[in-house]
Structure formats: structure tokens, C-alpha cells
Design a protein around this ligand. Structure first.
Ligand SMILES: Cc1cc2nc3c(=O)[nH]c(=O)nc-3n(C[C@H](O)[C@H](O)[C@H](O)COP(=O)(O)OP(=O)(O)OC[C@H]3O[C@@H](n4cnc5c(N)ncnc54)[C@H](O)[C@@H]3O)c2cc1C
Length: 440
């Protein structure tokens, strides 16, 4: 039995599994590994972490990704511990499912471990209380990646927000903007500040996005501080300063002090590529932590001058076809340096498709080369990934949103409380007819 292992089953990994599941020939199986029991639909997490009642909609079961007739395929709930050129190590074995040791050997690997979320949404890494001065919220048991744990985490977060009179959101990316505007919409009496290190919000998008969002923030009485960077020393454990009202006081590098009951650090999303750099440090750009990939989404090694490698330069300077010592490993989604593609669910999804289709091509090729008669037919080329134009839709409170697609910026005012979470369930194979279906 030959094996394609897919690490991470969210936007990139899930799509790859869907394609493989339909196209893999006899004698091949898919093993999907994820630390979560459900796909975490993180787009809606900022809303679900503030607005009660919809938490269950952010966790989509994996079970519709695999084709039921392919009974050798497996979905394993496990933590990845390390990655090697022909096997991965998990934190456990599954003897009842035929996986007798924690080592999982593969013929092809799709690495789709995404990125680590900033603290206020990092279900795996931080307590909802982090950044808070209030000490009376429920203490959660260790997080295990179940839907139940995720719902409890989001509910605890909602309580922390509800009980904080003043909130400082650090980081004016999509997450910070959504948090600030949702908190205003759901708890209008709170004193909210948004601190952003640059002068422009969402600088990778059209300036009209910045203007529209800034106007909305100001209309919501959110205090916006642009062009000032948080002095990270002022939020370090043990160095926290409090004012006479018991609020935490942080400093900017420019010397400004801002006090708040709750600080939401919406910065520092980091690609989960440490397993790759441990396997081979040449594969990961030390400047941004992204894995170097070929256009085919196969893992590559950085051009030899990588000590002076610039994060702007994602392709080798020469026109030569790049080769790789890891033709059987593909990296997709937030973990990959994908030729200027923005880190987004929709780009991850298409990269997952390209990787899966290329694996199917490679398998067909190896089948052909075993069959000498057919060997004379031309080799099917692998597909290159081409990123599209940057696109984004960002909610600005419960109904308003701003979006940019194909270079055009628009706003709309037809938003719904759960951000239409059911739509993503359909992408993952679940047809939702009523809200209760999303308790699955
Ligand atoms: C608040 C927010 C809103 C967003 N809104 C949008 C939007 O509207 N549109 C859009 O296109 N993009 C949006 N994005 C970006 C998008 O969510 C990411 O780009 C996308 O999640 C990347 O997908 P991925 O599959 O590469 O990785 P992830 O979604 O990060 O998935 C990685 C998977 O790997 C698993 N994993 C990680 N480490 C391990 C381990 N050690 N062992 C086992 N499993 C592991 C995780 O459990 C997870 O299932 C948003 C992001 C955030 C934070």
C-alpha cells in the first residue's frame, strides 16, 4: 500500500485531500493528520470570540473530505512531532487503525500546517485571559483540539471581552480591524483603541480600503493610532506596568503610553515551518519563516546566496528550471512562500489543488515508466501555481464590510451575525440546511 500523507486539514490540506480522494489509483491511500478533530474556520473566529451563540459554526467535521468507498484512507487526530524526507513522527500510534508506531512513512507528503495565529485567537497557544487584567474568568483545562474545547475557548474569550471596559487592539491587519469593529458593534459602550505600526491599514491593498476602514473606525469612536509601534518590552511577562485604575499600561517606541483593561495582540502570525527547518534549514527563509517552494509547490532549497536572501525575492534570478532534493514533498498554504500570493484561505485552497494534481501526475508518470510499451508517450508536465490578484473581504461591524476583488474596492451592508459560516461548510463537503446541522 503506497501512502500520501497530508499534514494539516484546513483550507489547503482539506482541498488537497478532496482532489486526491477522487483521483488516487488502486493501491494508494491518503492519511490526513491534524491536531484538531474539526477544521477550524478561522475567518469567523474574531466574530465568534466576541458575539455569543454561534461558536459551533466555526468547527467543521473532517469526515466528508474522504470518499466513503475508499475505506483505506484515514483521518488521524494527532500532533506532528517531526518531519523527515520519507516519514513523519506523530505524538501517538493508532494500533486499532493499523498504525502500529508513531512513525508514518510516505511516498508523497503534502505539508499544510499553516501558521500560528496571534494570541487572541491562538486556541492552541494562549489562554483567553492573556492580555487581561481581570482574574475571574473561568480557567480552562488543557486544550486538546476538540470542537467542545474550541467552543469553550471562544465562550471564555467572549466573557473576557464583555468584562473589560477598555480594550487596546495592537495591529491594524484584518484581524485587529475585525476585532475592534466587532467589539464596538456588540459592546458599544467600551473604550477601544487600535494601535498600528504603519501609517496605512492593509498596505497590500488599494488605498481606498485604508480610507474606507479608517472612516468606519473613526465613526465607531475607536481611537486610532497610526505610525507607532508597540514597544514589546512593555508587554513582557513580569514587566507589566499598571496605573492607579488597575489598567495595564503599554508603551509605544515613540514613548506614548496607552492604558487598557485588555490588550489584544493581533500581530505576529508565524508560519508553522519549524519541522521543515529542523529537517533541512536550507528549505526555510530565515527572514520570514516561509518554506521555499518551486512553482509546482514542491519543497525546494533556497538559492545558494540565501544568507542575503530578500523576502521580496521569491524566485531564483536565473531562468533555469529549478530542481529539488525533495520532489515528493509539497508545501502549500500559509507555510509556503508562494510567489507573492497573500496568505489567505482562498490562495491556500488553490495551492492545495495544484499540489494534489501534481502528485496524481507523478503517480501516473511512475505507472507509465513501469510499463515499457507506454513509456514512449510524452511525459505529462507538472502544473505551475500562479497566484491571482490580492483579494479580501473584511467585516466592519455586524453588517458593514469592505472588499477588494480584481482591483475594485466596494462596501456592502448586508452582513449577518454568523458571517454566513455555513457557506464554508459546503466547501468542505457539508450541505447545511439549518443552523443545528452545524453542531456536527
Ligand atoms: C481572523 C482571520 C480571518 C481571516 N479571514 C480570511 C478571509 O476572509 N478570506 C481568506 O481567504 N483568508 C482569511 N484568513 C487567512 C486564512 O485563514 C489563512 O490564510 C488560512 O487559514 C491558511 O490556510 P492553511 O490551510 O495554509 O493553514 P491553517 O488554516 O493555518 O491550517 C493549518 C492546519 O494544520 C494543523 N496543524 C498545525 N500544526 C499542527 C501540528 N503540529 N500537528 C498537527 N496538526 C497541526 C492545524 O490544526 C490546522 O488545521 C483569515 C485569517 C484570520 C486569522
Amino acid at each position: 500500500m503506497k501512502t500520501v500523507v497530508v499534514l494539516g486539514g484546513a483550507y489547503a490540506g482539506a482541498r488537497a485531500v478532496q482532489i486526491l480522494s477522487k483521483g488516487l489509483p488502486e493501491g494508494w491511500r491518503i492519511i490526513l493528520v491534524d491536531r484538531n478533530t474539526h477544521i477550524n474556520h478561522v475567518y469567523v473566529f474574531p466574530r465568534l470570540a466576541v458575539l455569543p451563540g454561534h461558536e459551533h459554526k466555526g468547527f467543521v467535521p473532517f469526515d466528508k473530505l474522504l470518499t466513503p468507498t475508499r475505506d483505506r484512507d484515514l483521518c488521524l487526530h494527532a500532533l506532528v512531532r517531526s518531519v523527515h524526507s520519507s516519514y513523519v513522527v506523530l505524538d501517538r500510534s493508532f494500533p486499532d487503525r493499523g498504525i502500529l508506531t508513531s512513525e508514518l512513512h510516505f511516498d508523497y507528503l503534502i505539508y499544510a500546517l499553516g501558521s500560528r495565529l496571534p494570541a487572541p485567537l491562538d486556541l492552541w497557544g494562549s489562554h483567553p485571559q492573556s492580555g487581561n487584567t481581570l482574574k475571574d474568568a473561568e480557567v480552562l483545562k488543557p486544550y486538546t483540539g476538540t470542537k467542545q474545547d474550541g467552543i469553550a475557548w471562544l465562550k471564555a474569550h467572549q466573557e473576557v471581552i464583555k468584562n473589560s471596559e477598555s480594550i487596546l487592539v495592537v495591529g491594524g491587519g484584518a484581524l485587529g480591524i475585525q476585532f475592534a469593529t466587532d467589539i464596538y458593534a456588540i459592546h458599544p459602550g467600551k473604550d477601544i483603541t487600535l494601535l498600528h505600526s504603519r501609517h496605512r491599514l492593509l498596505p497590500r491593498f488599494d488605498e481606498k480600503m485604508h480610507t474606507e476602514i479608517l472612516d468606519t473606525l473613526i465613526a465607531c469612536n475607536i481611537q486610532v493610532i497610526l505610525g507607532e509601534r508597540l514597544d514589546t518590552r512593555s508587554v513582557l511577562e513580569g514587566r507589566t506596568k499598571f496605573n492607579g485604575r488597575g489598567q495595564r499600561v503599554i508603551k509605544t517606541l515613540q514613548g506614548r503610553e496607552v492604558a487598557a483593561d485588555l490588550i489584544l495582540l493581533c500581530t505576529g502570525q508565524k508560519p508553522n515551518t519549524h519541522f521543515l527547518s529542523e529537517m533541512d534549514p536550507r528549505c526555510v527563509n530565515p527572514h520570514d519563516g516561509l518554506a521555499h517552494v518551486l512553482r509546482t509547490m514542491q519543497l525546494g532549497t533556497l538559492p545558494t546566496s540565501h544568507s542575503t536572501y530578500s523576502s521580496e525575492c521569491t524566485t531564483p534570478a536565473t531562468e533555469e528550471v529549478e530542481t529539488t532534493p525533495y520532489p515528493n514533498i509539497f508545501v502549500v498554504g500559509d507555510a509556503a512562500d508562494a510567489f507573492g500570493a497573500i496568505p489567505a484561505g482562498h490562495t491556500a485552497y488553490y495551492q492545495g489543488e495544484v499540489a494534489a494534481r501534481n502528485i496524481l501526475r507523478l503517480i501516473r508518470r511512475s505507472g507509465l515508466s513501469q510499463n515499457k510499451e507506454e513509456n514512449s508517450t510524452e511525459e505529462e508536465p507538472l502544473e505551475d501555481y500562479m497566484p491571482g490578484l490580492p483579494a479580501i473581504k473584511i467585516s466592519l461591524g455586524l453588517t458593514k464590510s469592505a472588499y477588494q476583488a480584481n482591483g475594485v474596492v466596494r462596501t456592502s451592508d448586508d452582513g449577518v451575525p454568523d458571517l454566513n459560516a455555513a457557506a464554508i461548510w459546503a466547501y468542505f463537503g457539508y450541505e447545511v440546511e439549518k443552523d443545528e446541522d452545524m453542531y456536527a
